[in-house]
Design a protein around this ligand. Structure first.
Ligand code: GLU
Length: 485
């Protein structure tokens, strides 16, 4: 049963960029919230001061904004349960840590780094699991007070009750059990006064009234500690859903080494946000049919947490590229025009001026042949500049000793054309090959080479029509001058 107005959160640690796995977590939370009339909250988990990265929070928020995952409450937006930045909630964590200490569910620990290292080494030697030995649990209240008065550095640890079975009822993974004997007395509050992830995460989920915790599978092993915390505080637990791991095509865990992992990298490479969201939505979820093309609003209406798989999801860039092409082709002419203009501004063609009509014709001739807007200028530079050279292999194959005289005849016919209509070029070319008693291929290939420099692209007459009669004639003449075989 899903509560009336569920509240979910995306709780990233600001490491500098938004990981695609983080995007998937954010998206599933968003879809779940929107599908169920709930709220999607952004909380920043920045309690690890060693990993603090300047500007990371702003970057994260702007990336979420770019991709269109708007949150209802959270950092930068406000709401009733703030602050939403953990580093601004330190007094809250301390208060609750003390509450656990008073209940004997947590305790002060003054052990030195040396003692902890020696303990770990001893346990390793005896092939035991590395665990804190509850040494400081046995300090008397007075001893603790004395140590505190002396200003000794301390941490607060969770007092894990041994001999208990901890059961997680995960929406995606089903029943998962852990035994408390293998759970360490986790540090909850560090000596710098900052909470650990576990303490802050549970307190905040409770105080922010989170009903469903939807997060990556890598957090499953932390969940028993969270369950103990909920029990020790006497709080109601949220529903847990752990999303499957993201894998490289070789089934290893998705890593930087095998490709990009930052959403910003995909943005910089020209991926459309619609395609990226569509792709990420399918990393672990299907509606149960064959549909693969989705817009965000359709994902919202179809998303169901119960249909998320538990087996790892392979991050297949080929599929992402394919989806990018699909989303590109669904865009209107005006949208494509804007995308192409924006792209051209980043290229050597930025100072050239092209009419909208010209660019639209280029787009129409190329859109079935590309997956990205930038591929238009990459695959068909001849729409933006005269060819700087001619494909050698094709030249050898297609440019015969008789080609120049045939092209000269063709030029005579082209000169007489009244406009740049496709048909005019086609008739002129056919008449010329008839005159030489040969097939259309005899001229189609040399003309294509002359105007484009390469052997593939849209239909030849489309190219000629787009670049126009004068440019066509100029390029053929240039080729005749440059090519001597
Ligand atoms: N701060 C954790 C992260 O960086 C959040 C884990 C959770 O959602 O509980 O992913």
């Amino acid at each position: 049963m899903i509560s009336e107005n569920p509240r979910v959160r995306f709780a990233p640690s600001p490491t500098g960029y938004l990981h695609v796995g983080g995007l998937r977590t954010a998206l599933y939370n968003y879809l779940f919230a929107k599908h169920n009339n709930g709220s999607f909250i952004l909380r920043i988990e920045d309690t690890d001061r060693n990993r603090f990265v300047e500007g990371a929070v702003e970057n994260l928020i702007s990336t979420l904004k770019w991709i269109g995952l708007d949150f209802d409450e959270g950092q930068g937006k406000g709401g009733d349960c703030g602050p939403y930045m953990q580093s601004e909630r330190l007094d809250i964590y301390k208060k609750y840590a003390d509450e656990l200490v008073n209940k004997n569910r947590a305790y002060y620990c003054f052990c030195s780094a040396e003692r902890l290292t020696a303990l770990r080494e001893e346990q390793q030697k005896n092939k035991q699991q590395g665990m804190y030995d509850k040494h400081c649990l046995h300090l008397s209240k007075e001893e603790v007070q004395e140590n505190l008065a002396k200003g000794l550095p301390y941490v607060i640890r969770l007092n894990v009750e041994k001999g208990k079975q901890i059961v997680i009822n995960d929406v995606i993974r089903g029943v998962v059990e852990f035994h408390s004997d293998i759970i360490d007395d986790q540090v909850l509050l560090k000596s710098d006064g900052y909470p650990t992830y576990h303490l802050a995460n549970v307190i905040d989920d409770h105080m922010m009234k989170i009903t469903h915790v939807i997060r990556g599978e890598e957090w499953l092993s932390s969940t028993p500690k969270h369950i103990l915390l909920y029990e020790y505080f006497g709080w109601e637990k949220p529903v847990f859903a752990h999303l499957p791991l993201l894998l490289n095509p070789d089934k290893s865990k998705l890593s930087k080494r095998q490709g990009d992992v930052a959403v910003e990298d995909y943005k910089a490479k020209g991926y459309l946000k619609e395609a990226l969201l569509n792709f990420v939505a399918l990393l672990g979820w299907t509606a149960g049919d064959d549909q693969e093309f989705y817009y965000l609003d359709e994902l919202v209406s179809k998303f169901d947490l119960n249909r998320v798989n538990k087996s790892g999801a392979v991050f297949n860039v080929e599929k992402l590229n394919w989806l990018n092409g699909e989303h590109l082709r669904k865009k209107s002419q005006i949208q494509l025009l804007e995308l192409l203009k924006d792209h051209l501004l980043t290229t050597v063609y930025k100072d050239n001026s092209y009419s909208d009509k010209y660019l639209i014709e280029v787009i129409e001739s190329m859109k079935e042949r590309v997956l990205f807007i930038h591929e238009i200028a990459e695959k068909a530079p001849y729409f933006f500049e005269t060819p700087s050279g001619y494909d050698e292999a094709l030249l050898k194959k297609r440019w015969k000793p008789e080609t120049p005289s045939q092209l000269n005849k063709l030029l005579e016919r082209f000169e007489k054309l009244e406009n740049s209509d496709k048909e005019g070029f086609e008739i002129a070319l056919k008449q010329t090959v008839e005159e030489f008693n040969t097939g259309v291929g005899t001229l189609i290939h040399p003309v294509r080479l002359a105007v484009s420099g390469i052997g593939n692209g849209p239909g030849l007459y489309d190219i000629l029509h787009i670049i126009g009669k004068d440019e066509t004639i100029k390029r053929i003449k240039t080729a005749l001058n440059k090519i001597s075989i």
